[in-house]
Ligand binder design. Structure first.
Ligand code: SF4
Length: 434
């Protein structure tokens, strides 16, 4: 019998990329031995990210490191950085194969025919020519209770700082039936929570036949027996329709957690970013959500140092974020992406200043998280038990995204239990199993 070659994966970037890696692993698992990226392997597949210049740099560093340590191994590079700059990757000595984002779907057949090359083979199609959703499937995920399910790809928003529309292509939705089948399979494999992900999740359904929206999808997913929770990953403010908010409020399996990117709390900066809302719209949206979904966690993304963000604009953002009482903020430092309109804007902010602003926002985020968690002190919340921590305690997330740590037996892993919040720590809470 032919000896199986071993394959190791490494992923950079977002949840969608992580999903893509899992899907590639499953596509190769029958014919290859999948090993961890720390182990020696015959083939390395690096799924890159290009969202910031730092992500490009990290991707290059990782590729070079793998080649240095494993000069005999076959090295394939895919993902958003490969889609954007295949020629830059091709200049790295030792890379054998470069695949664009859509070409990930054909990884099994490409790898089958590939051998070590003096020059890399490059398969990167113009992603804009894709108008139908096409992806590999997953049946499991690295974590044991929560699985990510990709239901959408691409974005046509063209926020002025963002490179994603150029590397992920047009908005494409995964068909309803296919999505439900994947979730049913995950539930059969023991997963109790699914997180629906996409590049612009809220556009799901717009390109499908029939009047289907994310609200319809949530209804159908909620009907799956033995699935305990469904969570939405990031969703754009304009995509949260009244119908969707109502459905989230009504369906008990849908988590009370929404991640709604704000990016800036200053009207002028939002306009320059080409974000299709202002702060009044955003504030009204958050108020409507909190009115209908009691105890909802609202998390967000904020960018520091966008061109034209002077001290006043930054203070507006800081104060607006404070007013919104987010339960957590992800802070991004502006990074100019060649080819995006924002690179042409005046009013560049110095790197040192961007770092300072980002630190202030991070401090605010910690305070707001503590405040949100504290508002549940003494309450009993449901927690999906994920795993044991080294400390021998159980841990898990509430539906409104609070990490709880508590004592309890191992056999509760992957079950939903009731936990009374007794103590607030930095970034998590301590509770008592009820
Ligand atoms: S909505 Fe804006 S920030 Fe998000 S992927 Fe699309 S263009 Fe990028």
């Amino acid at each position: 019998m032919k000896e199986q070659r071993s394959v190791a994966f490494h992923t950079l970037g977002c949840k969608v990329n992580q999903y893509d890696t899992q899907a590639m692993i499953e596509a190769l698992a029958k014919d290859y031995k999948i090993v961890s990226s720390e182990e020696k392997a015959d083939i390395y597949i690096i799924n890159t990210c290009t969202v910031t210049s730092r992500a490009d740099q990290k991707s290059r560093q990782y590729i070079r490191g793998i080649i240095r340590k494993n000069s005999e191994a076959f090295v394939a590079v895919t993902g958003c950085y490969a889609q954007r700059l295949p020629e830059e990757i091709a200049r790295i000595q030792g890379v054998d194969l470069i695949l664009g984002n859509e070409e990930k779907n054909g990884i099994a057949s490409v790898l089958d025919q590939a051998g070590k090359n003096s020059r890399p083979e490059v398969f990167v199609e113009n992603i804009d020519s894709r108008s139908r959703y096409d992806t590999l499937k997953v049946t499991r995920h690295q974590s044991h209770s929560r699985a990510f399910v990709k239901i959408q790809d691409g974005c046509q928003n063209y926020c002025s700082y963002c490179i994603i529309p150029y590397v992920r292509g047009k908005q494409r939705s995964r068909p309803l039936k296919d999505t439900l089948e994947e979730i049913e399979g995950l539930v059969r494999n023991g997963f109790r929570e699914v997180v629906l992900t996409g590049i612009r999740l809220g556009s799901w359904g717009q390109d499908l036949n029939g009047r289907v929206t994310l609200a319809t999808l949530l209804e159908k997913v909620s009907e799956i027996e033995d699935l305990k929770r469904v969570r939405l990953s990031s969703i754009e403010p304009r995509d949260l329709s009244e119908e969707l908010i109502d459905r989230i409020a009504q369906l008990p399996k849908v988590c009370r957690h929404l991640h709604i990117p704000l990016q800036s709390g200053d009207g002028k900066v939002l306009k320059a970013m080409n974000r299709p809302y202002d702060t009044f719209y955003y504030q009204d949206l958050i108020e409507r959500i909190r009115e209908k979904i009691k105890g909802a966690a609202i998390t967000t993304d904020v960018m520091a140092g966008f061109p034209g963000e002077g001290k006043g604009e930054f203070e507006n953002t800081y104060n607006f974020a404070y007013q919104m009482k987010f339960s957590k903020m992800h802070i991004f430092r502006y990074s100019p992406r060649p080819g995006t309109p924002a690179t042409q804007l005046k009013g560049k902010v110095r790197e040192q200043e961007i770092k300072k602003r980002s630190r202030r926002l991070l401090e605010l985020s910690s305070k707001m998280q503590e405040g949100f968690n504290r508002s549940f002190l003494g309450e009993t919340l449901e927690v999906l038990v994920e795993r044991r921590k080294e400390s021998d305690c159980l841990t898990g997330l509430t539906d409104n995204y609070i990490r709880a740590v508590f004592d309890g037996p191992e056999n509760l892993v992957n079950k939903i239990v009731k936990v009374k919040i007794t103590q607030i720590e930095k970034g998590y809470v301590i509770g008592k199993l009820m």
